[in-house]
Design a protein around this ligand. Structure first.
Ligand SMILES: C[S@@+](CC[C@H](N)C(=O)[O-])C[C@H]1O[C@@H](n2cnc3c(N)ncnc32)[C@H](O)[C@@H]1O
Length: 204
């Protein structure tokens, strides 16, 4: 299972944003929509072995949306229809437990600390993707057989407090090179590397 966690620091927790102006009315939920597309959408298919968590911090109380590739339905490649699915999820009352919105999409209250604690209990290995981390290829020999969660920031990166939280949760800091990329592009590259037989066998 591949897990992607994307933190939206200004991303709305309310369904009242406009689908006609997603970036301007939702606290940059467009970044998270594109990340969802990169995590799941294949040419004519959905990756079943992916889980994604969108941590939405732009409201009074944080919410987390979970997308489960195995049961995900109605996800199309365009940003607008993904935003519409997230809008539906935000209209569901968020309680401490997961509530389903549409097939494969769940919402609950709580943010990053709670999510990291869940992953710790499941013994998931945490990888914080950051430009100045160690080279991604250092992970290669250790990748097989591990459940890994890749954590990414939005346009503002991650805060110092979040980095401290990630470090205390045991996250390794890993880079896809020194150039700062968009979060959704990092997800495409990560999926590509993990798909690549050449990478996994050490030829890349
Ligand atoms: C647009 S970047 C954030 C840039 C932001 N200006 C900053 O200073 O952190 C969004 C996220 O993508 C990930 N990212 C971007 N480039 C990366 C790279 N070369 N290697 C690993 N992760 C990267 C990081 O998680 C980052 O928080």
């Amino acid at each position: 299972m591949r897990i992607f966690i994307i933190v939206g620091h200004k991303a709305t927790t309310e369904p009242s944003f406009s689908l006609e102006d997603i970036p301007g009315t939702s606290g940059r939920l467009d970044i998270l929509c594109r990340s969802v597309t990169s995590a799941f959408v294949l040419s004519h298919g959905i990756r079943k072995d992916v889980l994604a968590y969108l941590v939405l911090l732009g409201g009074e109380n944080p919410k987390t949306i979970q997308l489960v590739g195995e049961s995900l339905r109605h996800l199309n490649p365009d940003e607008r229809s993904t935003a519409a699915l997230l809008k539906k999820a935000l209209a569901v009352e968020a309680a401490p437990g997961w509530s389903m919105s549409t097939p494969g999409i769940f919402v609950r209250s709580g943010g990053l600390p709670r999510l990291l604690e869940d992953l710790r209990q499941r013994s998931v290995r945490l990888i914080y993707l950051k430009e100045d981390g160690k080279d991604f290829r250092c992970l290669r020999d250790e990748l097989l057989g591990e459940e890994m969660a890749f954590v990414l920031g939005d346009h503002s990166g991650m805060t110092a407090e979040e980095e401290t939280l990630l470090a205390s949760a045991g996250a390794e800091v890993v880079a896809l090179g020194p150039t700062s990329l968009h979060a959704d592009h990092c997800i495409v590259v990560t999926n590509w590397l993990l798909d690549s037989k050449a990478f996994m066998s050490g030829c890349l």
